[in-house]
Design a protein around this ligand. Structure first.
Ligand code: GUN
Length: 280
């Protein structure tokens, strides 16, 4: 079975637009980008397009590539104080001179629609999340949409990044899976993968996971975005692995569209939470 993230994301965006229209709210997202990394520019553009589609207002702040930590902090502070902005997304990676952790910690947790603030990551780890990072939360939504319940399953997460691996593991634990996190220092990745019912890979190595590493019943979620000869491909050798396993996400058209749809859902959630606190 091919898990079609594009189809699910389209469906969810349509539903979200209806919900937003019915709510009477006008949620607004601000993106902050420093520098001119082409991939980052493209991602941010895609996020703004999605906003338009679901009737979320959006503004974009573009800073020069030589911006200091203080300059980015000043922007975040301004957006924190702006009552018309419900969600703030600082596109990563930031230029090498900028202290990323300081920036993430400066975003108000209630506007942290990326879910990277330690407050939100802590709540996620505690099992009572408000905002979870969009890519792993999008993976959970995909599993739900395909009636794949992680409870009691052996899940193997590959990668331990703040945006994918770590929150993915927390979400799967919260959904009662038995979770193993593998990474570059894992001794025998193939034997860990062979036992897995659910595999989520976010390592960033093109076609690294081959058919001999997985079992026939596995559900394989490929979060990798790699460029080979000008073509986009995931961490999984899709042609061979898709012939063997129970279910798999393609790249493109799998997790990627779900990340953006989830960002829209998180932004609406932020707007709803903030509107509850406003005195009419
Ligand atoms: N860069 C790559 N993925 C992401 C993401 O999900 N959020 C942000 N802010 N930056 C990213």
């Amino acid at each position: 079975m091919i898990i079609d993230g594009k189809r699910v994301s389209e469906k969810r965006l349509e539903l979200l637009k209806e919900e937003i229209d019915e709510s009477g709210l006008y949620p607004r997202l601000a993106t902050v980008i420093a520098g001119d990394n082409p991939a980052s520019l493209l991602y941010v553009q895609m996020k703004h397009r999605a906003c338009e589609r679901v009737h979320i207002g959006s503004i974009s702040v573009t800073l020069p590539g030589d911006s200091t930590t203080a300059k980015v902090l000043e922007t975040v502070d301004r957006l924190n104080k702006d009552p018309d902005i419900n969600g703030i997304l600082v596109q990563l990676p930031l230029p090498s001179g900028v202290e990323t952790e300081k920036i993430i910690e400066a975003i108000l947790p209630e506007k942290d629609v990326d879910g990277f603030h330690p407050f939100n990551l802590g709540k996620l780890l505690g099992g009572y999340p408000t905002f979870a990072p969009c890519t792993p939360l999008g993976v959970m939504t995909l599993l739900k949409e395909y009636n794949i319940d992680p409870a009691g399953k052996r899940a193997v997460v590959i990668g331990r990044s703040i945006d994918v691996g770590r929150p993915m593991a927390a979400l799967l634990i919260n959904a009662d899976a038995t979770v193993t996190v593998c990474h570059s220092r894992t001794k025998d990745l193939a034997s860990e993968l062979k036992r897995a019912d659910i595999i989520v890979s976010g390592i960033g190595k093109a076609r690294f996971i081959t058919a001999d590493m997985v079992n026939e019943n596995a559900v394989v979620i490929d979060v990798g975005i790699n460029h080979v000869d000008g073509k986009l491909c995931g961490d999984v050798d899709f042609a061979a692995v898709s012939e063997k396993v129970a279910a798999i996400t393609p790249v493109p058209g799998g997790v990627g569209p779900m990340t953006i749809a989830t960002l829209m859902e998180n932004t609406f959630k932020a707007a709803k939470m903030q509107s509850c606190r406003t005195v009419p």
